[in-house]
Write a protein that binds this ligand. Structure first.
Ligand SMILES: Nc1ncnc2c1ncn2[C@@H]1O[C@H](COP(=O)(O)OP(=O)(O)OP(=O)(O)O)[C@@H](O)[C@H]1O
Ligand SMILES: [Mg+2]
Length: 331
């Protein structure tokens, strides 16, 4: 059965759409293939289809692949509208003339400014989603947990949040840019400096997901193709997990420092509860090998990673529809 209550978690890397009673109904890369034609923007495809389109031989030579959202901010408004419209068309059942309007929760980073909130609301209105509720990601995650006070960290592709959440909302928290992209930038710089090889951020991400690990036992290697930065010729080199581990640990270690700072701002009376509950760590990056052990060794507090951590935010936000009164108070 389809309901009209949905959640949208639109990040840099992927967009997750979930529906009450069904769970995740759509998950695709947050990209759109478009071409700028004077003042007009021509749409070709969104998500996986956009990636496929960009690899076709007869694609429009002016077509570019755009990530409309980065760091919790809508960077390309027109592209975001085209992307979200197409995602909704593909994800939701066809609506009749008298179908009720979808009720929408859109998740946002906890440091989102008032201007950015307004921007996001306008964007949702333009794709036909009026009066959305914006929910900070740590609140969404907290609703999946049984304890009253929780330390929540979400680590995404372009923005990460750390917050202590209680029954009436966020007690203290912030958004930071230590994230998957920060590691990928370091990988690009490393291979350029050490091998004179130019690779894209997407290639660096692929390499990190394939062989990146926080555990010393998991040693792997992979070939990576790119352009020689000296003579522009294509060539490839072999990179090992050992080489990229320092870049991963440096970013996650800085993030651990942020977790420490946020916990230091926790009012004393909540400390025992928060400590007993441990850290809930989610976002796509949490699926990486050895993340929980690394954070535990660094912070000496239990680290819980839910299954499918890239879906936790959307699944958590869905709980709003089951417990509106309690969750309204948290926003
Ligand atoms: N199995 C995996 N191992 C390691 N990293 C992964 C894995 N799966 C996803 N990631 C990383 O998680 C990040 C994407 O996480 P997520 O889907 O939470 O981000 P997002 O919501 O799209 O981005 P934003 O930070 O803008 O909210 C990417 O950097 C990706 O490389
Ligand atoms: Mg996200």
């Amino acid at each position: 059965m389809f309901t009209n209550e949905i959640v949208i978690d639109m990040g840099y890397s992927q967009t997750v759409i979930a529906m009450r009673g069904k769970g995740v109904i759509f998950k695709e890369p947050s990209v759109v293939a478009i071409a700028h034609q004077g003042r007009k923007v021509k749409f070709y495809a969104s998500g996986l289809e956009a990636k496929r389109y960009m690899r076709t031989r007869d694609k429009d030579p002016l077509a570019v692949l755009v990530h409309p959202v980065r760091g919790g901010v809508i960077e390309d408004y027109d592209a975001a509208i085209l992307m979200l419209k197409d995602f909704l068309r593909r994800a939701l059942p066809k609506r009749g003339l008298f179908s009720p309007r979808p009720e929408v929760i859109a998740t946002i980073a906890c440091g989102t400014s008032v201007v950015e909130r307004k921007n996001y609301e306008n964007l949702l209105a333009e794709v036909g989603l009026k009066s959305p509720i914006l929910m900070e990601t740590p609140i969404a995650v907290s609703s999946t947990l049984s304890s009253d006070y929780n330390l929540i960290a979400t680590f995404g592709a372009s923005i990460s949040d750390v917050a202590i959440v209680g029954p009436t909302g966020i007690i203290t928290g912030c958004s930071v840019t230590m994230c998957g992209n920060a590691v990928d930038e370091k990988i690009c710089a490393y291979v350029a400096e050490n091998y004179r090889l130019g690779i894209s951020m997407a290639k660096a991400e692929g390499l990190r997901v394939k062989i990146g690990s926080f555990s010393a036992e998991q040693m792997m290697s992979s070939d990576i193709q790119g352009k020689n930065l000296v003579d522009e010729r294509p060539y490839q080199v072999e990179i090992t997990s050992e080489e990229i581990a320092p870049m991963m640990t440096s970013v996650l270690s800085s993030f651990a420092t942020v977790i420490e700072s946020v916990s230091m701002m926790c009012p004393e009376k909540y400390i025992p509860d928060v400590y007993n509950a441990g850290i809930t760590f989610c976002g796509g990056f949490a699926a990486g090998d050895g993340v929980a052990e690394f954070l535990y060794n660094r912070l000496k507090i239990r680290v819980l990673i839910p299954s499918n951590p890239d879906e936790t935010i959307a699944i958590g936000a869905l709980k709003f529809f089951d417990d509106r009164d309690r969750m309204y108070k948290m926003l």
